[in-house]
Unconditional design. Structure first.
Length: 190
């Protein structure tokens, strides 16, 4: 009788865990345009183009290989992560609660965005622009090959640039941490 209760209790715990198990956030697949809706996570699949306007993302945006993201006035609680993407644009009126990470991709323009974490450009091959952003962490640019303009940003952390060809251009940045390596000589703020 005692063994039977243990087995029943174990079966009950298993059944409850199946029906009330932890919910996983859904990935919304974006191929086209989205307006003022709310999604958990958003994924731009390989080769697709996604245009967002006033979209609220409770999690993270992931931009896949050869995909394009154009985001206007979006609110992202998590990160924006792009690896091997063709193009990433995050524009004025947008806020990102985590980091923006653009790696091994093509063109990117981050302009007029409030970023709580870091803005990272790593090993990209086309033109990169970081203008008029407010960055709570660091702005890091490493091994980019298409040119990089860094202008009128407010950076609470460090501005770090290494092994970019050509070297970054720009100026009028307010950097509360340190300007390092290639970015140490960018013109001082006004």
């Amino acid at each position: 009788m005692k063994n039977r209760h243990i087995i029943l209790a174990g079966a009950l715990v298993f059944a409850v865990s199946i029906f009330t198990g932890s919910a996983h956030a859904e990935d919304y697949i974006c191929q086209g345009s989205l307006g003022a809706i709310t999604v958990d996570n958003l994924r731009v699949p390989q080769g697709a183009t996604c245009t967002l306007d006033r979209t609220y993302i409770k999690g993270t945006i992931k931009v896949k290989s050869n995909a394009t993201l154009r985001a206007h006035r979006v609110r992202v609680i998590g990160n924006i992560q792009a690896e091997n993407a063709a193009q990433v644009e995050v524009l004025s009126g947008s806020t990102v609660g985590g980091n923006i990470q653009i790696k091994q991709g093509g063109r990117a323009r981050i302009d007029g965005v409030s970023i709580k974490g870091d803005l990272q450009f790593d090993d990209n091959r086309r033109r990169l622009t970081a203008n008029r952003n407010t960055i709570g962490g660091n702005l890091q640019a490493f091994q980019n090959k298409g040119g990089l303009s860094i202008t009128e940003n407010t950076i609470d952390g460090n501005l770090q640039c290494k092994e970019n060809r050509p070297a970054p251009t720009g100026g009028d940045n307010i950097v509360r941490g340190n300007k390092e390596d290639q970015c140490s000589d960018l013109p001082r703020e006004i």
